[in-house]
Write a protein that binds this ligand. Structure first.
Ligand code: ATP
Ligand code: MN
Length: 450
């Protein structure tokens, strides 16, 4: 049976073997301390000169940070250690001796340097904790949606047009390395020698999920989405993971209840599954533990009032900016629904409020501790004539959306859905300063390496 550090509690008093890496080595003459990680956790192995063979001690002296090792020894509880357990080493083998010039040292590095070393930075305890919490959030969302009867429907990444407006679309030209572009089998409309896009990278799978509901009822997707964000903020990546969900016969109020239920389920799961990760991050879980139903709700108009009370100079009809969201969410200690945004800055597909047709049945869910929007959602327009009218008002080429209009011609239903940004959720739950640490290899306007 192979041993993992995370299970140390069950192995106290036993001989164990760790396959892992040295992330810190200290020595005081006759004792060498090796801090080890194995992917599941962190522990310290003590190598005492008078308890191991001269060969093993020499190997311990030879090893260095970031070397790959196999360590065997006696596991004991060690309340004074930050890892709670310790290994009295009996045997040690070096699998791969790291070079001496590992670029990341104990001294403070700038974030830009660390991002350039992201492939190595990922192995540090803080990044480990974030990656584990990210995995837990994604897995909780999947489990929650399946419990709720949703089926995953993978929406395409290469798409013919925008879903949220065209300004942030990444075009993709069809420029393969075919030697002979006069080849008869290549369709002429591909415009191989021009920079004309073949497709665009998806900004959201929503429209495709709307097609899925007449087949499966409740569907979701979970994958990378792309936006050519122009501004540099702490909340925007150019590649991020979005979970979109869409359900037939789900109306506005039901949608908000469902979003709330999902967020509560995810928080509960993460708190239960990741105490060690929170400790590593020095993230106090208390503000998350006190989140409870029902979340406060404000209409857009009430939100403007509140914001002005809090010192914002936001104008009527303006969308909430990052600073407004931060201001608002330093005030609220629960996630907040902001409801019914004006149609002027919302996409064409939102259903309108019957009493106030200038308002949409839309809502954003904002996270506390200053984090702001994590979910955007709403009820969709399901009437054919109204939708067609809205598209024309929005200046869209309706021919591009014939397939989408078909969904209102054949089997339309009242329906709603939402999109959750995984990295926004991770940034909030881990209490990160910046969204770039919430994804393994962040892409922003300034960085797309390594
Ligand atoms: P924002 O106003 O913050 O730019 P948005 O209104 O453009 O967000 P939506 O189009 O509703 O966002 O997308 C759904 C979710 O996707 C958002 O609630 C957010 O969690 C996430 N999201 C949107 N844009 C980004 C981005 N550039 N980087 C990371 N996450 C994003
Ligand atoms: Mn945006």
């Amino acid at each position: 049976m192979s041993f993992l550090i995370k299970d140390a509690r069950n192995f106290v008093g036993q001989e164990v073997e760790i396959h892992g890496w040295v992330f810190n080595k200290r020595s005081s003459g006759s004792v060498i301390f090796l801090q080890l990680r194995d992917g599941s956790g962190f522990i310290q192995a003590v190598v005492s000169k008078n308890e191991v063979s001269p060969e093993v001690f020499a190997t311990a002296q030879e090893t260095r940070d970031e070397s790959t090792v196999v360590v065997a020894g006696h596991l004991k509880e060690e309340p004074r250690s930050p890892f709670s357990f310790e290994i009295q080493t009996r045997n040690l083998k070096i699998v791969s001796l790291a070079q001496t010039d590992f670029p990341i040292s104990a001294k403070e590095h700038g974030v830009d340097f660390l991002l350039g070393q992201r492939h190595l930075w990922l192995r540090f305890p803080r990044q480990w904790a974030i990656l584990r919490i990210r995995d837990q959030i994604a897995s909780s969302i999947n489990q929650f949606l399946h419990r709720e009867g949703y089926t995953r429907l993978d929406s395409p990444i290469l798409t013919p047009s925008a879903c949220e407006g065209t300004t942030t679309l990444f075009p993709v030209p069809y420029l393969p390395a075919w030697p002979d572009v006069t080849d008869q089998s290549v369709p002429s409309w591909l415009n191989l020698d021009q920079a004309k896009p073949y497709a665009y990278l998806s900004q959201s799978g929503q429209l495709y999920l709307e097609a899925g509901i007449a087949s499966l009822g409740k569907v979701y997707d979970f994958g990378p989405t792309f936006r050519a964000e122009k501004s540099k903020t702490k909340r925007h990546l150019t590649e991020f993971w979005m979970m979109d969900a869409e359900a037939a016969f789900l109306e506005y109020e039901g949608l908000l209840d469902f979003e709330e239920k999902m967020v509560l389920a995810v928080i509960q799961d993460v708190l239960a599954a990741c105490p060690a990760e929170f400790k590593t991050l020095e993230r106090d879980p208390a503000p998350l533990a006190q989140i409870k139903s029902p979340f406060p709700k404000l209409t857009y108009e009430e939100t403007l009032k509140k914001l002005r009370e809090l010192g914002s100079d936001i104008k009527d009809g303006e969308d909430l900016g990052n600073d407004d969201e931060t201001r608002l969410m330093n005030y609220f200690h629960q996630p907040l629904f902001v409801m019914k945004f004006p149609a002027t800055f919302k996409a064409f597909y939102f259903k309108r409020d019957e009493q106030r047709p200038e308002l949409t049945l839309s809502s954003d869910l904002l996270a506390p501790e200053g984090y702001g929007e994590i979910i955007g959602g709403g009820q969709r327009e399901d009437d054919y004539d109204t939708l067609l009218k809205r598209m024309k008002e929005a200046g869209l080429n309706t021919q591009d959306y014939e397939w989408y209009l078909d969904l209102r011609r054949y089997g339309a239903s009242p329906h709603s859905g939402f999109g959750l940004g995984l990295e926004r959720m991770v940034a909030w739950i881990c209490k990160l300063e910046h969204i770039r640490e919430a994804i393994p290899f962040p892409r922003t306007i300034y960085r797309f390496t390594p």
